[in-house]
Design a binder for this molecule. Sequence first.
Ligand code: HMN
Length: 291
Amino acid sequence: MRDLKGLYSALLCSFHEDGTINEKGLRQIIRHNIDHNKMDGLYVGGSTGENFMLSTEEKKRIFEIAKDEAKDDVTLIAQVGSINLKESIELAKFATDLGYDALSAVTPFYYKFSFDEVRHYYESIISDVDNRMIIYFIPFLTGVNISIPQFEKLFANKKIVGVKFTQGDFYLLERMRKAFPDKLIFAGFDEMLLPATVLGIDGAIGSTYNVNAARARQIYELTRANKISEALEVQHITNDLITDILDNGLYGTIKLLLAEQGIEAGCCREPMKPYTPEMRARAKEIYKKYF
Ligand code: HMN
């Protein structure tokens, strides 16, 4: 079984202007992450992949393309979560059959599901597949919080091996590390990679790693080697970049930065807005400033 630790790009999906998947562009983004960015893995079908705006067939097609292009070059995690549990179960089987190294699922959102319902959701997704599950914990977007005793109940299932922790609460992260030394914790906020690494994460999953992989690798390795002030210098530059990216529109700007490198990263999916001339011009400035 493949070791899941390391740095992952949360994979972007390239779309044509009419919203259909641009397979050529998607394959280029995958290759760029493997050959140029030297990522340890790809997190396929996450927020960054605009997954929650896609049909089941489109989600499956992206899983197929990513596996076909990456083969066994890097670790592949398939995000299969959806508030349509039947769809999640179907996608979990599909990705497992394709040979994905692990699954991940966002906590079910929108309705105020009870913890028992959340637990039932994870148990149902993982029960019939021979695979591992990483909980996708992102309370600022889902509104779903999980306490340490609740994580303990989820982690009692041996197939639930870790969590993608997209949370800025470092007290909670430290408590999680102490409580679950044998579970995998992946940092989900690229702008907090340094402090999360100090607290002993097993890896990180991020959207900006599609373009800022070299700096992310430096932050991660320097911090692990206890070279904190050097790591902080790189985190400072990284956070200037992330601030500029967030200001100009997160996924669109990352795609425009990839386009500057000759990658057909395409458009975002509606209802995300099309690129304006100002947004394109700003992305060019950001590219010149940081790359
Ligand atoms: C995903 O599912 O694709 C992940 O959420 C990726 C990752 O955690 C990103 N989160 C979101 O985009 C919501 C971060 O990389 C984030 O984009 C970055 O830290 C900038 O805030």
